[in-house]
Design a protein around this ligand. Structure first.
Ligand SMILES: [Zn+2]
Ligand SMILES: [Zn+2]
Length: 427
C-alpha cells in the first residue's frame, strides 16, 4: 500500500528546515538553565499558537509547554513527542559564530556560563519544526499529537522541583492520555544516523549530597577543633574503590564532581559537602550502591570523629526500550534515515528523564548522530578525516550539525504519523 503522506511530510520538513536552523541558532545564543527557561518557553508558545493548535498549555511545572493537535481523521492514538529545553552551566567552546556568551549571575551556586552543551537547542527547534509539519497535515491525521516541551531535564536546583516527573505531577498528559511517548537525543555519532538500543538505552541516575561536619578551628591548632577535610578525602578515595563491591558484569559509576568547603587557607571550616552522581546500567543495583555509599560516608566520617549526612536526590529511572516497540519502529526509522543508517548502539550511563514518560505510556527514546564521525571496522564511531572532531554531550566543545536537523524533524513527523495510522505499535 502506498502512503503518499510520507512524501508530503518530507516536503513540509524541507520547507521548514531553514527556519529550524534559525530557531536553533537563536536558542543556542540565548540558553537558559534548568527551571529558568523563560524566553525559550515564550518562543515555543508563540510558535505553537501561530499554528492554530487546538490547545497550547503553558507554565507547566515551571516553563513546560504542551501543544495539542487533534487530527481531522478518526483515530484513537495519542502520540506525545518530547523535547527538553534547558541548557547547562558549561562554557561554550563549540566554535560557531552563534556560540553563547551568556552568564547567569543569579542561579543558585553561580554565576555560571551557560550553553547548550547537551544539544537541547536542537531538540527544541526540531520539535517546533515537526509541529509545523504535522499541523500542516492535520486533515489527514488520524488521532492526536501532543508536543511536549519539557524544562529542567538536566536537573533543577536541588531545592526546586522540575522536569518530566513534575510535569506529570501537574497532570500535563492526563487528557488525552498518550498511547506512545517518543523522543531522541543528539549524540556524537555519524550525521543522520539513528541509534537505538533494546533494553536500557540510558542508565538509572541519582544525585548524591554528602555533608561532612567537624568543628571550625584555626589552621594552626587543628587539635582544638575537628577537621572535616581528611574524612572528605578518605570518602573520595573510598568511592573510587566501591566498584570492588558491585558485580563487574553490571556497569556502575559513582562520581563526585563538586566539592564545597567553607574554610580558608588558615581556617578549618565546619563542613565539607561532596556533590556527585550514581549511574547504574541495571536499575536494580541502585539501592545496593546507595547503601554502600552511605556506609562508606558515615563510617569514614566517624573514624575521623566527624559526622556525615547522605542524601540521594533527583532520582531518574533508566530509559528502557522494549523489544516490541523497537521492532515496530524499525521500518519507520529506516524510511527516515536510510536502512544503512539505523544501527544498534551500546548502552550509556548518561541519563534522561524522558524515562518517566516512556515508562508510563510506552514508546521509545533513540539517538540521532549530529557530528563529523564515521563508523570504524568494529562499528564504533570515530572522527571523520578533516571534520570538526567528536565531542561528548556536556563537553564545552560539543557541537551539532545544522544540516542534520531536518532529519530530526522528519523522524518526529514519521513516527507520529505511523503510530496514529496504526503502523507503529507493539504487536
Ligand atoms: Zn545533558
Ligand atoms: Zn540532554
Amino acid at each position: 500500500m502506498s502512503e503518499p503522506i510520507y512524501g508530503e511530510l518530507d516536503a513540509r520538513a524541507a520547507a521548514v528546515a531553514d527556519q529550524v536552523v534559525r530557531w536553533r541558532r537563536h536558542l543556542h545564543q540565548n540558553p537558559e538553565l534548568s527551571n529558568r527557561e523563560v524566553q525559550t518557553a515564550e518562543l515555543i508558545a508563540e510558535h505553537l499558537r501561530s499554528l492554530d493548535l487546538d490547545e497550547v498549555r503553558t507554565g507547566i511545572a515551571g516553563h513546560g509547554i504542551v501543544g495539542v493537535l487533534h487530527g481531522s481523521q478518526p483515530g484513537k492514538g495519542v502520540v506525545a513527542l518530547r523535547a527538553d529545553t534547558d541548557a547547562l552551566p558549561v562554557p561554550d567552546l563549540c566554535g560557531a559564530d552563534f556560540a553563547s556568551k551568556v552568564v547567569d549571575q543569579e542561579y543558585p551556586g553561580g554565576p555560571f556560563p551557560v550553553s547548550h552543551a547537551c544539544g537541547h537547542d536542537c531538540h527544541t527547534s526540531m520539535l517546533m519544526g515537526a509541529a509545523t509539519v504535522l499541523a500542516g497535515v492535520r486533515e489527514k491525521l488520524p488521532g492526536t499529537v501532543l508536543f511536549v516541551f519539557q524544562p529542567a531535564e538536566e536537573g533543577p536546583p536541588v531545592d526546586e522541583k522540575g522536569g518530566a516527573a513534575a510535569m506529570l505531577g501537574e497532570g500535563a498528559l492526563d487528557d488525552p492520555v498518550p498511547t506512545m511517548a517518543f523522543g531522541f537525543h543528539v549524540t556524537p555519532y555519524p550525521k543522520g544516523y539513528i541509534g537505538y538500543r533494546e533494553g536500557n538505552q540510558f542508565g538509572a541516575s541519582c544525585l548524591i549530597k554528602i555533608g561532612i561536619t567537624g568543628r571550625q578551628v584555626h589552621g594552626s591548632t587543628p587539635w582544638m577543633g575537628i577537621d572535616p577535610m581528611p574524612p572528605a578525602g578518605a570518602v573520595l578515595t573510598g568511592i573510587g574503590q566501591l566498584y570492588r563491591q558491585i558485580s563487574a558484569f553490571d556497569p556502575v559509576t559513582v562520581s563526585i564532581g563538586h566539592v564545597e568547603d567553607v574554610g580558608r587557607f588558615n581556617i578549618i571550616g565546619q563542613t565539607v559537602t561532596l556533590w556527585g552522581t550514581i549511574r547504574c546500567a541495571v536499575e536494580a543495583d541502585m539501592p545496593e550502591v546507595r547503601r554502600r555509599v552511605e556506609t562508606l560516608a558515615t563510617h569514614t566520617a566517624q573514624a575521623y570523629n566527624c559526622s556525615a549526612t547522605v542524601e540521594f536526590l533527583q532520582d531518574v529511572p533508566a530509559v528502557h526500550n522494549q523489544a516490541a516497540w523497537i521492532d515496530a519502529a524499525l521500518p519507520t526509522f529506516r524510511r527516515v534515515a536510510g536502512a544503512d543508517k539505523v544501527t544498534q548502539t551500546p548502552p550509556t550511563l548518561g541519563y534522561d528523564d524522558v524515562s518517566v514518560f516512556v515508562n508510563r505510556y510506552g514508546g521509545l527514546y533513540v539517538t540521532l548522530g549530529v557530528q563529523d564521525a564515521e563508523l570504524g571496522p568494529q562499528g564504533m564511531p570515530r572522527p571523520e578525516p578533516n571534520g570538526r572532531g567528536m565531542y561528548m554531550n556536556h563537553n564545552p566543545h560539543f557541537y551539532a550539525d545544522d544540516d542534520t536537523l531536518v532529519t530530526g524533524v522528519r523522524l518526529h513527523a514519521h513516527v507520529a504519523y505511523d503510530h496514529l495510522a496504526g503502523h507503529l505499535a507493539p504487536g
